[in-house]
Design a protein around this ligand. Sequence first.
Ligand code: BMA
Length: 324
Amino acid sequence: MHWQATEVAVANTSSTMETFVTRYGANPILTVDDIPDRANCVFNSGAVVADDGSVMMLVNTWTSDWTPKFMWARSLDGVRFEVSPQNVVVPPDEYPYVPHEGIFDTRITKLEGWYYITYNVASRLGGRIRLCRTRDFSRLEDLGFITQPDHRNCVLFPEKINGAYARLERPNVGDSGDIYISYSPDLIHWGRTKLVLERNTRYWESAKIGPGAPPVKTAQGWLCIYHGCRESMNGFQYSAGCMLLDLADPSRVIGKMRDCLMWPQELYEQVGQVNNVVFPTAALQFGDDPDTLNIYYGCADTCIGLATASIRTLVEKCLADGPL
Ligand code: BMA
């Protein structure tokens, strides 16, 4: 009787597991084979829809001698990318930021006619977020550091909120982290920091969480695809989650999916430089259907994948699950 009851419970659990994303059939869409120079890996690269409708990605690669490089990649269909051979990174020329420590996790937000890029600069004394911008996807104008150490992830909202620029961020607290929001009058000086979402005891996001894609504005709220991490006997496992923030006060979570949106299920997400990583970096609307969200994500710190989801369905699910 006991065994029978257990089996029923398991069957019920799996039958209620819903799938909200569709992985592109020919994933991964970008691998080291697409990089003009030899590279060890390509991962966690921000992307944006340019004015001409193309998808521009700032590809983050590591060369075979582990030097980080950023290269622009352009796609007309969001799937086939052509990577420019030019390294466009502006490395900070100050100790303790030395190239071999790394620069990574580019994110791009279109804001007031500029494409703003945030990325992490690592150092042995902790990482910091640097900001640069471009209008033409060639020259990057460096705007310097915009956080204190130790900071890990940062995405800008695509418009001012109540007269101020806004960002979601993940300061590192020891070996863990939660999602905060800060505001700025000029994109350089930030403050009024407030906790938005805390790590959840739910297993998939119990170790740390951080902003993933820059927020997408919907009529019901800011739709945010973020990453959550759990610790296992085999190291960290990174998954993608989804939450909805209040339009006028984005420090307020008005809905959040209980279960994760995506977790490492495919071989290219489970095996690579760092196993078991699904790391969302962009959520873009392009193509014929404005309801389709195109989610770009790093896979196992080795290549880049694409998955699509219905914005309406994600919003409804966040609201149905509640703010938690
Ligand atoms: C995080 C970041 C990500 C990376 C992940 C897994 O801390 O460094 O860029 O994908 O770890 O290695």
